[in-house]
Design a protein around this ligand. Structure first.
Ligand SMILES: Cc1cc2nc3c(=O)[nH]c(=O)nc-3n(C[C@H](O)[C@H](O)[C@H](O)COP(=O)(O)OP(=O)(O)OC[C@H]3O[C@@H](n4cnc5c(N)ncnc54)[C@H](O)[C@@H]3O)c2cc1C
Length: 388
């Protein structure tokens, strides 16, 4: 274990509120001689890796942790606006790009053109692209089991730091370890998906209660294959059966064992973004959008914001206090927009199945589609204010 430089301890605590400062000084006094890192980033997926690339300076003592090898496990259908992928330097991981979408309801099928293209990408390739942008940040494959606010306990040992980023996805491993009951399992969408041989030129959405009572099915194009999945907002039991029935309805094999299968939970619970010296990012903070289930774009944005602020703090140009306040307030504005999608998702629950047809028709009108999707695609965190 390395010594923590005194000036680092000082500048990270200088302007914290009194109570927090007292807690940190207490911890500092007790354990500063054995602190390992300035920052520990838990979770090496979209949010964690994006934050890491800002913390690549030799002087920063940063550790990146994940229970899996980087890029080894895909939980997602991996569809993002092409612009989002370009922003993180990941265009080379693109498998298929399309601007076309198709909405299927019980009574009609409508096709629309997005004002900007979307890309379905290769998960491992994007993770590799992000990882090479931070070669000086060490990575440790280790499962996190405990967190007490100052040290992370893993199956490979215990590591201390001044501050922590929780980018461990919907489980929020650090925040949950610190606050039992942190996760509300009633406010997660369950998603399951298979990759099957099937070619298409568009992203298809199935909004039909005969397929899933409260949720939607999808087919996303991916070269010679397609990613076919079901998402249910109320996390019901029996999602594999729903997916099998959906595949049969599409005239595809319903044998889930013979194809690549993935799945998981999409949190739409608003969780705190800052807990003392812990910041939450991406799905850990509940930033997956209700209704659409889009989360990768916001995980990238959270990672960029958190990484940028922490870099400035570690370089001594911003205090922890200011950085935390900017992170919290930016996320708060993001949350207000997420809230409107929670209302829409709740509204959809009460819409009769037949009413989806005229709604889909309206959404696919060129003017409506262009206006709505342009606003949706421009959804970005505010820029970080310059250091005065
Ligand atoms: C079926 C499905 C399809 C989806 N499709 C899309 C889509 O097309 N487009 C889109 O934008 N979003 C989609 N999403 C949502 C998207 O996957 C998430 O919003 C996104 O992955 C969040 O990124 P993240 O970095 O916050 O967390 P994650 O990508 O979930 O990464 C969390 C990381 O933390 C690690 N971790 C977790 N617990 C521990 C622990 N205890 N110890 C150590 N490491 C740990 C994990 O191994 C993982 O690498 C989909 C989700 C699902 C379930």
């Amino acid at each position: 274990m390395r010594m923590v430089a005194y000036h680092t301890i000082q500048h990270t605590t200088a302007s914290l509120p009194l109570q927090t400062r007292a807690r940190l000084w207490y911890r500092t006094a007790m354990v500063s001689a054995t602190d390992d890192y300035d920052v520990i980033i838990a979770g090496a997926s979209y949010a964690g890796l994006t934050a890491t690339r800002h913390l690549n300076r030799h002087g920063h003592r940063v550790l990146l942790l994940d229970e899996h090898a980087i890029g080894a496990v895909r939980h997602s259908a991996c569809a993002v606006p092409t612009r989002t992928l370009a922003d993180v330097g990941g265009l080379s991981s693109s498998v298929q790009e399309t601007a076309w979408g198709v909405i299927h309801t019980k009574l009609n099928t409508v096709r629309y053109r997005s004002p900007e293209p979307w890309t379905i990408f290769d998960h491992r390739a994007v993770c590799d692209t992000l990882r090479v942008q931070a070669p000086h940040v060490p990575f440790l494959q280790a499962r996190i089991t405990q967190f007490d606010g100052h040290a992370v306990t893993t199956d490979k040992g215990r590591f201390t730091a001044h501050c922590f980023l929780d980018a461990t996805g919907w489980r929020a491993a650090l925040a949950s370890a610190r606050q039992p009951g942190f996760i509300d399992r009633g406010r997660v969408t369950i998603g399951m998906e298979v990759t099957v041989p099937h070619r298409t030129d568009a992203m298809h959405f199935y909004v039909n209660r005969e397929i899933v009572r409260w949720g939607y099915g999808w087919i996303f194009p991916c070269g010679d294959t397609s990613r076919v999945g079901i998402g249910a907002f109320d996390n019901p039991k029996g999602i594999p059966d729903l997916l099998r029935a959906f595949l049969r309805r599409l005239g595809m094999s319903d044998d889930l064992r013979s194809v690549e299968r993935t799945g998981g939970f999409l949190p739409w619970q608003q969780r705190p973004a800052v807990l003392d010296n812990l910041w939450l990012l991406g799905d850990a903070a509940g930033h997956c959008l209700p209704l659409t289930g889009e989360g990768i774009r916001f995980a990238f944005q959270d990672g960029d914001l958190a990484g940028h602020l922490l870099d400035e703090m570690l370089a001594g140009t911003r205090t922890w206090d200011t950085a935390s306040a900017i992170y919290a307030s930016t996320i708060e504005r993001h949350r207000r927009r997420i809230g409107s999608f929670t209302h829409l998702q709740n509204f959809v629950r009460h819409v009769p199945n037949a009413a989806f047809a005229p709604m889909a028709w309206l959404l696919a009108r060129r003017a409506v589609c262009s206006w709505g999707l342009t606003r949706y695609l421009n959804w970005e965190h505010d820029a970080v204010p310059d250091v005065p």
